[in-house]
Design a protein around this ligand. Structure first.
Ligand code: ZN
Length: 99
């Protein structure tokens, strides 16, 4: 292999690599793969947050079942259910309580 063959080989590799990157970018855009990836990541984050909220609600319900009825303080703005002093969420509708 002499010098000229080697440089045309290098040029071929560079062109094929550039073409590959361009086509990759095109197909990712065409099939909305980038968009799907972003949405999947966003959904995963929302799902994690939802799981956290659910376990908070479950924890707060366990506290409610261990409590006596004398602690009821106010009513839920959304469903008018009774809310205890230490509740973070309404035990009937799951609405977050601000007190
Ligand atoms: Zn409620």
């Amino acid at each position: 292999m002499d010098m000229e063959d080697f440089s045309s080989f290098l040029l071929g590799v560079v062109i094929i690599a550039g073409l590959f990157l361009l086509l990759r970018e095109f197909w990712c855009w065409f099939w909305k793969i980038n968009e799907i990836k972003d949405l999947t990541i966003a959904n995963g984050k929302k799902f994690d947050k939802m799981n956290q909220t659910l376990s908070d609600i479950l924890d707060s319900n366990v506290e409610i079942s261990n409590r006596t009825s004398g602690l009821i303080k106010s009513k839920c703005k959304k469903c008018a259910g009774s809310i205890s002093v230490n509740d973070k969420y309404c035990q009937y509708c799951g609405e977050e309580v601000n007190q």
